[in-house]
Design a protein around this ligand. Structure first.
Ligand SMILES: O=C(O)CCC(=O)C(=O)O
Ligand SMILES: [Fe+2]
Length: 361
């Protein structure tokens, strides 16, 4: 489909396009935003040059992608809590110089980010993006099939501890439980399958033995760095990048030691990610197999943590921490019903009565 209000020039066959022919401070009609949105879904990251956006225009542009968010740790522009300031003095790595998608540790990760260059180094400080749809589709069929069955835990505290920010991790712990997302998701707009594990926030696969899981995670975080999946953007002051955070990962190149770099960012549309095409994880078990270890393993030991499964309804009430939601998810529906029934039955047992009866036997 063609564009009537903007000019879209693709940068690679896979990802990235520059948009020209529009002044983002003076958008005359919602149709312009419609076309910008379409250009984003088609190209996964889009770039504009020479757009000295007012805070209002930055917010208007972001709002076209949905509800705006606030962030756990970035400061914001005075008077505009949604405009985050991402600044680096060039003394140490910004920690975004590794491949990642943003805030996948949340139950509902950001769908779209709008980033503006405020102050950039004379040289360096580029940002790279990689297409997670192409990264997934370029894998071998058996690998693609296996990944459709996997879930992964994403955890901000774990990531912060790994980066050496132990105090910060402790502060974040109480309000930031790990979340589990499918390892491959359907993009909420295009439906395309996108790889959804990254090297900052993804901690482990919940349904693989850790030893294999670690290796697989390493393999995938390595795989997505293939140049064929990427585009690299050279910033100028007032360049804008809009990226689809569910279909891409990005890497902020830190090669500007000793120079400062400041960006303004608005992130939008918290989205529960899903995989619709998931093959049935396990077939309905024959009735005799009820009570086998696979089913019982969905019950946590009483000391179990408070894992939350982002993709399904939660089990509420006092029994919730006792059921391992991730393992429950691997069971067929009849198995899940049976586990819940057994669990409720156990809870209603009168232990005193059992002790009395057994004493009389
Ligand atoms: O500074 C950049 O270019 C991108 C930093 C980043 O990772 C982000 O804004 O999410
Ligand atoms: Fe990021």
């Amino acid at each position: 489909m063609t564009f009537r209000h903007i000019t879209v020039t693709r940068m690679t066959p896979t990802i990235g396009a520059t948009i020209s022919g529009v002044d983002l401070n003076a958008v005359s009609s919602p149709v312009v935003y419609d076309e910008i949105r379409r250009a984003l879904w088609e190209n996964k990251v889009i770039f504009f040059r020479n757009q000295a956006l007012t805070p209002q225009a930055h917010l208007d542009l972001a709002r076209t992608f949905g509800e705006m968010e606030k962030h756990e740790f970035f400061p914001h522009v005075e008077g505009h809590p949604e405009i985050q300031v991402i600044a680096n003095t060039g003394k140490k790595s910004p920690d975004t110089d590794r491949w990642h998608a943003d805030v996948t540790f949340r139950e509902k990760p950001t769908a779209v980010s709008v980033l503006r260059a405020v102050d950039i180094p004379a040289e360096g400080g580029d940002t790279m993006w990689a297409c997670m749809n192409t990264a997934y589709e370029s894998l071998d069929e058996p690998m693609k099939k296996m990944l459709l069955e996997l879930d992964a835990e994403h955890d901000i505290s774990h990531a912060f501890r790994r980066m050496g920010y132990t105090g910060e991790a402790r502060r974040l712990d109480p309000n930031n439980p790990p979340y589990i997302h499918p390892a491959v998701i359907n993009h909420p707009v295009t439906g395309k399958l996108c790889l959804f594990v990254n090297s900052i926030w993804t901690k482990r696969f919940t349904n693989l033995i850790d030893r294999y899981g670690e290796n697989l995670l390493h393999l995938l975080t390595e795989w997505i760095t293939k140049p064929e999946f990427q585009v690299r953007f050279r910033w100028e002051k007032d360049s804008i990048a809009i990226w689809d955070n569910l279909a891409t990962q990005h890497y902020a190149v830190f090669d500007y030691q000793g120079q400062s770099r400041t960006m303004n960012r608005v992130t939008c549309q918290p989205t529960k990610v899903r995989l619709n095409a998931r093959p049935q994880a396990s077939r309905p078990a024959p009735i005799e197999s009820f009570g086998q270890p696979s089913m019982m393993s969905a019950m946590r030991p009483a000391t179990g943590g408070s894992m939350v499964y982002a993709g399904t309804a939660q089990t509420h009430g006092p029994s919730a921490p006792m059921l391992d939601a991730a393992r429950m998810q691997q069971l067929s529906e009849p198995e899940q019903r049976a586990v819940k029934a057994v669990f409720e039955a156990i809870q209603s047992l009168n232990l005193d009565d059992i002790v009395r009866r057994s004493a009389n036997v």
